[in-house]
Design a protein around this ligand. Sequence first.
Ligand SMILES: *[C@@H]1O[C@H](CO)[C@@H](O)[C@H](O)[C@H]1NC(C)=O
Ligand SMILES: *[C@@H]1O[C@H](CO)[C@@H](O)[C@H](O)[C@H]1NC(C)=O
Ligand SMILES: *[C@@H]1O[C@H](CO)[C@@H](O)[C@H](O)[C@H]1NC(C)=O
Ligand SMILES: *[C@@H]1O[C@H](CO)[C@@H](O)[C@H](O)[C@H]1NC(C)=O
Length: 440
Amino acid sequence: MASSLCLILFCFIFRTFSISDAVVPPADTFRYVNQGDFRDFVTEYAQPEYDPNYRSLPPFTLPFQLCFYNTTPGAYILSLRMGINRDQSMMRWVWEANRGNPVGENATFSLGSDGNLVLAHADGRVAWQTNTANKGVVGFAILSNGNIVLRDSKGSFVWQSFDSPTDTLLFGQFLKIGGPTKLVSRASTTNNVNGVYSFVLEPKRLALYYKTMRYWSSSFPEVNSPNVDIVNATLQIGRTEYVENYFNAFRCRLSNSESQPTLDFDILSYNSTLSYIRLGIDGNLRLYSYRNVRSSAWSLLFTMFDRRVSERGELVVDECQLPERCGKFGLCEEGQCVGCPSPNGVFAWSKDCNTKLPGCKASDFSYYQLKGVDHFTVKYTPGTGPVKQRDCESKCTKDCKCMGYFYHTDQSRCWIAYELKTLTKVGNSTHLAYIKTPIQ
Ligand SMILES: *[C@@H]1O[C@H](CO)[C@@H](O)[C@H](O)[C@H]1NC(C)=O
Ligand SMILES: *[C@@H]1O[C@H](CO)[C@@H](O)[C@H](O)[C@H]1NC(C)=O
Ligand SMILES: *[C@@H]1O[C@H](CO)[C@@H](O)[C@H](O)[C@H]1NC(C)=O
Ligand SMILES: *[C@@H]1O[C@H](CO)[C@@H](O)[C@H](O)[C@H]1NC(C)=O
């Protein structure tokens, strides 16, 4: 008993000693300062459009390189770029350290002998760090798949950038329950703070949200039983079982305790592991692939909400499912904004189409009806019901924040809407919308 305790204590001391003893060799430490000229190669300008100024840093593993970039003068983000100068074409930003917390001129990015990777303002204040001081780090590397890692002496990753995605998942990168569970969109081309959209791995499904409102989800029969949950989702391009061999699928491989369900987003015509998916500023999910071909280095291979021909040869148009497809308010049909509803009828749509604030007291507003339309939440959330339409309306009436409600008469289901945004025409007269409007 005493001897085993002694052994444990010895191991503990030995372990503590050996870990704190490990240091990054001087030749592998670095300190880069954010100063100097900008590079003049064009970077992103496709979707979304942002072509920032940037300065590249020495650590790179083709086609990946760390850079400082800005989309607002003087506000820099430390980011991983994908694509090479020789291409003279687009490069993409596929990982970033300090979204929402930019640094200025003369900021420093350094790896000290203690193993902590630090991004600091010019005055020394820490803007971002990996919190890996004295945790056994002996080296830094950018791997060939774009994962930035800090390794210990055994080669294990003490820290990896794949654990902290923002809006992008590189091939092989994953979301996991208990780890990074989501991607969050960027607010705008100029403003790099969190936007309103997220792509989330949940125990029972993958889902897309506008704020807290779900506008897409995929659930899996394999995880329907109460004690089986998804634990992991990895972006992959894999061989499909159901199409000829030389075609590959853009696929999300999920894992749980019992099986490995997959979600195939689309069938692709070739295999490139230099691919990534991004949740765009507009809430759409897109897959890009890097081909290292001079004329067209990047291909957009898949767009979640798009117009395309399905495997069965039908034309699928589902851009109306994007919450802000028609801006603040609008009727959407076949991917087009076709109308601006009002109490006096439907007018031509423009960007200015909006609802008026209804006021809070029930005597201050009334409802007008739209037939054959759905809210973007209807398709992927159950709403409540069966419930009487009167009760659905009264729920909305009592709630100041409710802008209107959606009701399916055939199934007596009710959805309350706090934001209206895009309403989709469904040509089904059992689907009704009631929009609040102030009484003048
Ligand atoms: C950055 O540092 C250099 C000296 O290395 C200095 O000349 C320059 O003024 C600094 N820039 C800013 C914006 O502080
Ligand atoms: C999740 O997937 C990654 C990449 O395939 C793998 O390294 C990791 O072990 C997986 N984790 C779990 C809990 O399955
Ligand atoms: C895709 O290419 C990678 C290497 O580029 C290879 O390892 C992988 O097996 C290929 N996948 C398929 C499904 O052909
Ligand atoms: C209308 O929608 C309901 C589901 O809410 C569906 O059962 C019904 O078949 C639809 N009717 C038409 C004409 O599409």
